[in-house]
Design a protein around this ligand. Structure first.
Ligand code: ATP
Length: 135
């Protein structure tokens, strides 16, 4: 059996994950990266996307990550995210509404619309819905 490493995912509101895992795959700003026990130390920022890991029981878990930072140590990965949710906690209706809202803002291009903000909101909503869709 693979040696385990410790995973912590925290947001300003709460700790989402704090457990031993076999592998973590996270959305680094320079590309997705995987970490197993013994990985060299590094620090990276994260983009909006999904983090997945295999827990101590061998089950694959998915978490939405709204950007942040990751610290990878040989025996521990710490993720500081602006917000994050387990797949089961993603509210599809809320994400769908956020997606429609952002799409409307982007389509209307009103003078007072912050397009970058609308694009990021759309990205968050689409990632949430994508994670929810994983079979
Ligand atoms: P909304 O426009 O619906 O608020 P958002 O993308 O702007 O969405 P965030 O700023 O990413 O929201 O998150 C604010 C808080 O709401 C966080 O605690 C986040 O976990 C939670 N949250 C946002 N959207 C969802 C969702 N679809 N399901 C579950 N929790 C959500």
């Amino acid at each position: 059996m693979a040696e385990k490493l410790f995973l912590e995912v925290v947001t300003p509101q709460k700790a989402i994950v704090s457990e031993e895992v076999e592998i973590v795959v996270a959305p680094g700003s320079e590309g997705e990266f995987g970490a197993l026990k013994g990985h060299t130390t590094f620090l990276t920022s994260l983009k909006v996307g999904s983090l997945r890991y295999i827990d101590a029981g061998g089950k694959e878990r998915y978490i939405f990550i709204n950007g942040g930072f990751a610290e990878v140590l040989p025996d521990k990965v710490t993720i500081l995210a602006e917000s994050a949710e387990y797949r089961k906690d993603i509210d599809v209706e809320r994400a769908t509404k956020a997606k429609v809202r952002a799409e409307k803002r982007l389509a209307n291009k009103a003078a007072d619309t912050d397009l970058v903000r609308a694009e990021v909101a759309l990205k968050r909503a689409m990632h949430r819905l994508r994670i929810k869709d994983i079979k």
